[in-house]
Design a binder for this molecule. Structure first.
Ligand code: ADP
Length: 461
């Protein structure tokens, strides 16, 4: 087996128990099994004239190689082009895009730095797998430096329709850069279809049976839905967690149910309307008052970007307003936790919650949906209420599928979930477990690597 070199903006510790973000969790699950090198930014910003050599550290089966960036890189490449242009754009939020030419320059400069660092550690037999929207031009940069290895790319977030993509300057350059990879992987068929539309409309070519002709080369474009390590999660959820158990016991005595939401605090996650839907549930079905609570855990993220400050303020105000309106001396309807929970506690919390409420406005996949399913007890499982705009909805048909823009629809489905008969819950859960097992972390890695190493496309959603 050839050495696998994975590259992403940040490098995660594959052995750490607190991790927020689908890329970190999904990749860590996969790399722990196969081993290899993981290269990325170390999270530091330093002043330097000459680019430092990558710092190498071995952790278990994975060798980490990291580089620092400068303040300017951070502002232009990370906060700028990656998170104020590509992130909102790829999530269909043209209204939040803030484009500056300097952002694009910073993006190109940092991709060149990544390429310089990589060539210093690459071996001729390596296969290279680059992740996510921060690093779209990296294959082109590596080719310019003479790299002959196979290079794959996986986009963890959605790929938008051409009408949206075309709003950003240099969109054609961006897609042409993407076509420098040997394999391009997407989360869903919708995303793959959007690339198909773009190459037809703007480049006068097409994807035929998962392949695009680019000059003399052939590029594979496919759908590789990311998954979780199901058994590891099941095991974690079954392990007793004292703190969660005490809290659950108290709730059971009071005959109360819990709806749970777990997200990075991002405007794509549909959090304000999720809270409104919960309030609507209490309005439409007064019998639910005092018998159900919403626990929303939201990890702070990208707090230097203004849109993220706004969403935080909005949520704090909303949860306060709902509690002000409905709370009783012995019942708090919304428990809003602004923080990260260790993964074992998270698994126990999912298991102790009767509804998993996952309502992004647009999401590449959404691993929380899969984790919630994995954590349920088969005898008495909870119900997943899932946005139709999460990539996961393309597969998880037995969830209650909702429109995250329609507060009444979400409220009705919450009620349906909370009153669903045991037998129906068991049937749905069984079917969902089969699906998340079929598309788990290992399947994702294996199918992508088969495409990258052998040119095979056997994935298909
Ligand atoms: P994204 O990649 O956009 O953050 P995903 O749902 O795909 O969304 O992945 C999120 C991952 O991060 C999941 O594994 C989830 O368990 C973890 N996570 C998200 N928020 C929290 C939190 N508040 N505390 C602990 N883990 C979190």
């Amino acid at each position: 087996m050839n050495r696998l070199v994975v590259v992403s903006n940040r490098v995660a510790d594959v052995q750490r128990s607190t991790q927020a973000g689908g890329l970190a969790v999904g990749l860590a699950d996969s790399l722990r099994q196969r081993g290899g090198v993981w290269m990325g930014w170390d999270g530091q910003t330093l002043k330097y004239e000459e680019e430092p050599e990558p710092r190498i550290r071995k952790i278990g089966a994975v060798t980490q190689a990291t580089i620092p960036l400068t303040e300017q890189d951070y502002a232009e490449y990370y906060l700028g082009f990656s998170n104020s242009v590509l992130w909102p754009l790829f999530h269909y939020r043209l209204d939040l895009v803030e484009y500056k030419t300097a952002f694009l320059e910073g993006y190109r400069r940092v991709n060149a730095k990544f390429a310089n660092a990589l060539v210093s550690i690459l071996q001729p037999e390596d296969v290279i797998w680059i992740h996510d929207y921060h690093l779209i031009p990296l294959a082109a940069e590596l080719r310019q430096r003479g790299c002959k290895q196979r290079i794959g790319f996986f986009l963890h977030i959605p790929f938008p329709p051409p009408e949206i993509l075309a709003a950003v300057p240099r969109h054609r350059w961006l897609v042409e850069s993407l076509l420098e990879f040997d394999v391009i992987g997407f989360q869903t068929n919708t995303d793959l279809g959007n690339l198909q539309h773009y190459v037809e409309d703007h480049l006068g070519t097409e994807i035929t049976e998962g392949r695009i002709k680019v000059g003399e080369r052939e590029v594979i474009a496919g759908c590789f839905p990311i998954g979780i390590d199901v058994d590891a999660f099941v095991e974690m959820a079954e392990r007793p967690n004292d703190e969660v158990q005490i809290e659950t016991h108290r709730r059971e005595i009071l005959g109360r149910r819990q709806i749970i939401g777990v997200d990075r605090l991002d405007y794509t996650k549909g959090l304000p309307d999720r809270l409104r839907a919960f309030a609507r549930l209490l309005e439409l079905y007064p019998e639910m008052r005092k018998s159900v609570a919403l626990m929303q855990i939201a990890t702070p993220t990208r707090e230097e970007v203004e849109a993220y400050v706004d969403i935080r303020k909005e949520l704090e105000a909303l949860s306060g307003a709902i509690n002000g309106r409905f709370a009783d001396f012995n019942w708090t309807p919304v428990r809003y936790i602004h923080g990260t929970v260790p993964r074992d506690a998270l698994a126990a919390l999912y298991r102790a919650s009767q509804v998993g409420f996952v309502t992004p406005l647009r999401d590449g996949m959404n691993l929380v949906a899969k984790e919630y399913v994995a954590a349920q007890s088969p005898e008495n499982p909870g119900v997943l209420v899932l946005s139709k705009f999460a990539g996961a909805a393309e597969d998880l048909h037995e969830a209650l599928i909702v429109n995250p823009y329609d507060v009444d629809d979400m409220a009705r489905n919450l009620c349906r979930a909370l009153t669903m008969p045991l037998e129906e819950r068991q049937e749905r859960h069984k079917a969902l477990m089969e699906r998340i097992r079929k598309h788990d972390a290992k399947h994702w890695l294996d199918t992508f690597m088969a495409a990258l190493e052998k040119g095979e496309i056997k994935n298909a959603a």
